[in-house]
Ligand binder design. Structure first.
Ligand code: ADP
Ligand code: MG
Ligand code: ZN
Length: 478
């Protein structure tokens, strides 16, 4: 970056997986027929009154506690006024002066170093609906199913200095909200989305440069790329003696560029004021105590424990921890089997197959149970099948969900450890290869591999290699 340094602050919107919306009893559900989960409140009808969803407040407090925030036990909902067709009330209900959580931080690890990133505030707000611009028709539609669904917005301090740090912060936060179980983590459906604020400044300067805001970047990879190209764009501007304009920009992933979308509003443009329809949110001491106890083991702690259990280095153990479903799956299977071997199946064939089928590495996408994986590890350890065969049948087990023992029996895959059966095959191989047999007898022990290979071919890989070795030694006498 030469003489500049990048400064990045993130605003992350996390959709809370409550049963109903934030201020009404409509279902909080994705993917339904347009405008079916709606009522007077979430469509902003005059006179309809909002009622706060206690479950959403509970979830938001959990996020605050897990990110080391101070929880304001009295916070206030405020109206953020703006006009947009997907916002029928003409205002969003958010929090402004007195948000639910403030002054938190997260410890991230990037480039092998730990770093603390400040969290300015976390507030609750309701989501808007969705405008659908139909291709071909000269018309736009509005779907209000999403209107009123509960969000928390987590605003970081401008503490990050590279795209890598930003992604690490996001992944850490993602791990926390999914471990808490307050967000389903589905980034494609927008349950976890991020606006990245990016500026640059001369190295050594402490003043902030003019920032641009990159809207709704919806994957970790795109966050990384969007920030990188935006830093480069700003640097080119400054190098050419031009200046950065404060504005909102959109990232175009196909072209890997950011484009101006609109000039950035200032807070006063929104004319925030306390919502007169809603009382302040008050959280009792008893609730705080109860909720504090609900915080589960979070990813950082689990990572250290998994590294201990498996002896794996951090980047690999990280894959097991990142998603709570995988972590739970691993942990469950490792109860009854060697943890390192269980981990290797998840990081090896499981990941590979998920990748090649373009499916997420999420056990709920697949039929294999943790007990089945533990069973498979045991079967290979017992020598009933070879590790190679286990790899070969892994995909069938993963998608079919059959018990490995049953599968191996019904496919006749059990390793041949019966010496009388193997003896015949060894004799046959010796008979077919007289000159190699002679050479081996004369001490060319490199040929052992050849003989074992021949026996494996005839048994489709099912011969017990130790036993084959033993029989060869006995029969050829090398
Ligand atoms: P707004 O809603 O107007 O975007 P917020 O204060 O809610 O404003 O969020 C601003 C975000 O931008 C925060 O994450 C903050 O850390 C970040 N930020 C503010 N100034 C800069 C800057 N100069 N460079 C990079 N990030 C910044
Ligand atoms: Mg913003
Ligand atoms: Zn409703």
């Amino acid at each position: 970056m030469g003489s500049y340094e990048a400064v990045i602050g993130l605003e992350v919107h996390v959709q809370l997986s409550t049963t109903s919306k934030l201020f009404c009893s409509c279902p909080n559900k994705f993917g339904c027929e347009p405008n079916t989960n709606v009522c007077e409140v979430c469509t902003g009808q005059p006179g309809a009154l909002p009622v706060p969803n206690h479950e959403a407040i509970h979830y938001a407090v959990l996020v605050g506690l897990a990110t080391n925030c101070h929880i304001n036990t009295r916070s206030v909902f405020a109206r953020k006024n703006y006009f947009y067709p997907d916002l029928p009330a003409g205002y969003q209900i958010s929090q402004f002066d007195l948000p639910l959580c403030e002054h938190g931080h997260l410890v991230i690890s990037a480039g092998g170093r730990e770093k603390t990133i400040g969290i300015t505030r976390i507030h609750m707000e309701n989501d808007a609906g969705k405008n659908i611009h139909s291709a071909g028709e000269n018309v736009s539609y509005v779907d209000l199913n999403r209107a009123g669904t509960p969000l928390v917005e987590i605003v970081s301090e401008p503490d990050m200095r590279s795209a890598e740090e930003a992604v690490s912060y996001l992944k850490t936060l993602y791990g926390i909200v999914t471990y808490l179980g307050v967000c389903d983590g589905n980034m494609e459906e927008g349950s976890f989305r991020c606006d990245a604020n990016v500026s640059i400044r001369p190295k050594g300067s402490t003043a902030l440069g003019t920032r641009t805001e990159l809207k709704n970047v919806n994957s970790f990879r795109n966050v990384q790329r969007a920030i990188e190209v935006e830093i480069a764009r700003q640097q080119d501007l400054l190098d050419d003696g031009e200046s950065v304009v404060q504005e909102t920009r959109l990232y175009d992933a196909d072209r890997n560029i950011t484009q101006a979308m609109r000039s950035k509003e200032e807070a006063h443009d929104y004319r925030y004021f306390p919502d007169p329809d809603l009382l302040p949110v008050v959280i009792s001491g008893e609730e705080m105590d109860r909720w504090r106890k609900e915080i589960p083991e979070l990813p950082v702690t689990r990572l250290a424990r998994f590294m201990d259990m498996t002896g794996l280095p951090e980047p690999e153990a990280e894959i097991l921890v990142q998603n709570r479903e995988i972590a739970d799956f691993f942990e469950e299977a490792a109860k009854d089997a060697n943890a390192k071997k269980v981990a290797n199946y998840i990081l090896g064939p499981f990941s590979r197959i998920a990748n090649s089928q373009h499916k997420e590495l999420r056990p709920s996408n697949w039929a294999m149970t943790p007990a089945a994986l533990a069973e498979l590890v045991g079967i290979v350890e017992a020598g009933t099948i070879s590790a190679k065969i286990a790899n070969d049948i892994f995909e069938d087990l993963l998608t079919g969900g059959e018990s490995p023992e049953h599968y191996i029996r019904s496919h006749g895959l059990a390793q041949i450890s019966d010496s009388s059966e193997l003896e015949g095959i060894v004799d046959q191989v010796i008979g077919e290869n007289p000159s190699e047999t002679q050479s081996l007898r004369e001490g060319k022990t490199k040929l052992i591999g050849f003989f074992v290979g021949q026996v494996m071919r005839k048994t489709k890989g099912k011969a017990n290699p130790a036993l084959v070795n033993e029989l060869l030694k006995k029969k050829i006498g090398f």
